[in-house]
Design a binder for this molecule. Sequence first.
Ligand code: ADP
Length: 455
Amino acid sequence: MIQKLLIANRGEIAVRIIRACREMGIKTVAVYSKADEESLHTLLADEAICIGPGPSKDSYLNMEQILSAAVVMQADAVHPGFGFLSENSRFARMCGQCHIKFVGPDPEVISRMGNKAEARKTMTEAGIPVVPGSREPATEWQAGKEEADRIGYPVIVKAALGGGGKGMRIVRVPEDFESQFHMAQRETESAFGDSSMYVEKYIENPRHVEFQILADEHGNVVHLGERDCSIQRRHQKLIEEAPCCAISEELRQRMGETAVRAAKAAGYENAGTIEFLLDREGNFYFIEMNTRIQVEHGITEAVTGIDLIKEQLRIASGLPLSVRQEDIRIHGHAIECRINAEDPERNFMPCPGVITNLHFPGGNGVRIDSAVYNGYQVPPYYDSMILKLIVCASDREAAVRKMRSALGELVIEGIHTNLDFQYEILCSRDYEEGNIDTSFIESHFAAGAGQAGRL
Ligand code: ADP
């Protein structure tokens, strides 16, 4: 079993991992930047070590520094959390070279699944349905356009190494292809330092439905049901729920079995997510695999009762999964709202600053995963998500009511947040009735155009 774990991350996910370790009797080492000296993860871990100045590239993305910390602190494993180095195959490989267990899949699997074009190829070969798309990635717009003309419009141009919804453009007519390709490519170059793009069919108003899987080194692979992550702004998730209210038990089984097959085809180990788009006719298509723990893992924990971080640590220790597929049952309905330090009135601009007053909701079925506290200074360097509010109730209607009540009770003062925006979504008739797809925010709020006001 892992004895001492270094957490190569910060914020709420670092705190979440520290808590799981404490329950399992695993010692923890936090790494922190100069801007995070007073952060909760720094204060809660058994030991903490500074790895550099505030900007991520000098600290949480500094592989050499983090690995030196792991060696000096004698950690035998590293948990990367999400974001930062979690999907960096070079980092995973370097951990192995230092005889430190990386809590995640093999570096080869990370790099194959991290490249969307490669991932599609693997899935197509395994007979998994994928969105019709380019055979090869393109760096020149002409090559991309040839593919688009073949596939048929509308299409979506994506960054091959993309993530976080960056470097993506929808093209509805051939005349717009060149300009949209260049825009997506420019964004891709600045975000990922790479210019390879690929083109796929744009599915109109789908739901984003993803399956959580767990795989151990003994060949056991299970799925823990699905999450509906259709409420997105600019292709980034805002609200997630489990289960998805639009799929039948038969479709759930079929999609779940497909997800397990996909994980096996990838040669996967540890926790991962298979993302699908589901169209109105009930067709589903693989879009990508995330080879790490997801932000929204808590809703799956709420409806299955399985602690995903503990499972990750068990798997990384070489133990078999603690559950079999036939033991996994979905109970009730869970919803998560991501609370971000950003200003919906100013195009959701990040709003770091000092939290002057804080009150958390509580009660049966309410969970908060956060690293903020009263007087905490939200640093300007990192992702703006500061809190995840998760509720779980007997059914969807009860969960929606519980979320409204919990959002109404949550107080965060001193900084702007998207709390009221979330509340408005929860109160909309279509949300309440489960009429949601990935165009929901655009079609219900002027937010698509920049403002938060209702259309
Ligand atoms: P990222 O890795 O940047 O998160 P994804 O490939 O996971 O990118 O896609 C993010 C979101 O973009 C999806 O949830 C969906 O809303 C939208 N999207 C991606 N591909 C398509 C497509 N082919 N058709 C329609 N929407 C898409």
